[in-house]
Design a binder for this molecule. Structure first.
Ligand code: ARG
Length: 245
């Protein structure tokens, strides 16, 4: 079961789970020694939390749809994965204060972005989404005639789009910017075509009724938002991503 703040201190490490396929929130780079390393906005936030607790940070990569079960079982102490607050998820886990707001965008093959002017234009098409995400839920609920193709890692979605296995993919806007930059001239964002109901923001998620730990996380997150640190993390990771392509 989930560790308390006291137990995390005793262990001397904070284990944070993520799905490292989502730049600039989290992705994998090779460090100077050729070892792979998870970096991103969420890793920077995780480091602030580990520092506040006074323990070492250990990041664990897994498929996005394994994160909530892993929080519940206590395999990880929390997840920071660009995870959007939803009421449904909040029945299973606790969310911290939110640290980032965004909407989701459709991405299509370059040159086709002008064909779409409203979300309904995607109904009846094959839409790729990451398994277990709000994007999967939004497409399933709002586009009854779409064929929803769910995949575990975002990189697979990009490949599926580029090889014509799906007509469009649907992911968080700030993440689409990163993927379009890497695949310039091949894929493009469909601008201004968004669902009406506003999405909630992203937050850290941890096991229910872990009061002391949640209070500490909230303190760190609020301070990072108010001091402008989050904005700095976003800028730094967007440029890191641009330079690591
Ligand atoms: N914001 C979306 C959600 O919460 C997608 C998050 C995907 N995160 C990731 N690290 N792949 O469902």
């Amino acid at each position: 079961s989930a560790k308390t703040l006291e137990q995390i201190k005793e262990e001397g490490k904070l284990v944070v789970g993520t799905s490292a396929d989502y730049p600039p929130f989290e992705w994998v780079i090779l460090d100077e020694n050729g070892d792979s390393k998870i970096v991103g906005i969420d890793v920077d936030i995780a480091q602030l939390i580990a520092d506040e607790i006074g323990v070492e940070l250990v990041m664990e990569d897994m498929p996005f749809d394994s994160l909530i079960p892993s929080v519940i079982s206590g395999r990880i102490d929390m997840t920071i994965a660009g995870m959007t607050y939803t009421e449904e998820r909040a029945k299973q886990i606790d969310f911290s204060e939110q640290y980032h707001q965004s909407v989701s965008n459709f991405v299509v093959l370059a040159g086709e972005e002008g064909k779409y002017t409203k979300v309904e234009d995607f109904d009846g098409l094959k839409i790729g989404v990451q398994k277990g995400t709000v994007q999967e839920q939004m497409v399933t609920e709002n586009l009854p005639n779409a064929e929803v193709v769910s995949m575990q890692k975002t990189g697979l979605l990009i490949e599926a789009l580029k090889t014509n296995k799906v007509d469009a993919i649907f992911i968080d806007d700030i993440v689409t910017i990163e993927f379009v930059a890497v695949n310039e001239g091949q894929i493009a964002v469909v601008a201004d075509v968004v669902f009406e109901n506003p999405e909630q923001g992203k937050a850290v998620a941890l096991a229910k009724d872990n009061k002391e730990l949640l209070e500490l996380v909230n303190k760190v997150v609020l301070e990072a938002v108010e001091s402008g640190k989050i904005t700095e993390f976003i800028e730094a990771n967007v440029s890191l991503q641009a330079s690591s392509n």
